[in-house]
Design a protein around this ligand. Structure first.
Ligand code: SME
Length: 168
């Protein structure tokens, strides 16, 4: 596995195309889920430079902070609370162009202006979410949603991305 990632394109769709094979090489042979979640976040940070990228994993009736890139964040989020808890409860990706317009948004940082949360679905159940924040309004669009859902689905299905207890 090469430990240096390479990106040459400035367009978002081409960046995703460059990211995918490199991410696959990075995590597909490693069995430790924490290492994989950490590198997953770091690879997205290198590719796109977003403000905050991280995982929250389902534990009982709440989400608990997992590996991430960015400033410190809240550690626990109840089901249906905030953007993350809503994505979990509704079992679908939530795109937020302006976090101030999202009822119940949890502001871990005042710098966060827009957000996307993608649920991680394993055997039909949400086992966690990928949460990404931007300091700009309306950073994320349907291209991000499609590509991030694809990356998450592949990672959950074919790699040791998530903790063994969540993989049953
Ligand atoms: N904004 C999220 C909370 C997590 S932080 O953005 C890292 C939410 O509303 O669920």
């Amino acid at each position: 596995m090469a430990e240096t990632l390479f990106f040459s394109s400035t367009s978002k769709d081409k960046r995703y195309a460059e990211l995918l094979p490199q991410l696959q090489a990075l995590i597909e042979t490693e069995e430790n889920p924490i290492a994989n979640m950490a590198n997953f976040c770091a690879a997205l940070k290198e590719a796109f430079g977003w403000f905050w990228i991280g995982f929250y994993m389902v534990a009982g009736e709440e989400l608990i902070l997992g590996p991430f890139q960015g400033p410190v964040a809240c550690t626990r989020i109840a089901k249906s609370k905030g953007v993350c808890g809503t994505a979990w409860a509704q079992e679908k990706t939530i795109l937020v162009e302006d976090v101030e317009a999202f009822p119940g948004h949890i502001a871990c940082s005042a710098l966060s202006k827009s957000e996307i949360v993608v649920p991680l679905i394993k055997n039909g159940a949400v086992i966690g979410v990928l949460d990404i924040d931007s300091t700009e309004l309306a950073t994320f669009d349907l291209l991000d949603q499609t590509q991030l859902e694809k990356i998450c689905q592949w990672s959950v299905s074919y790699t040791h991305l998530t903790l063994p207890t969540n993989r049953e």
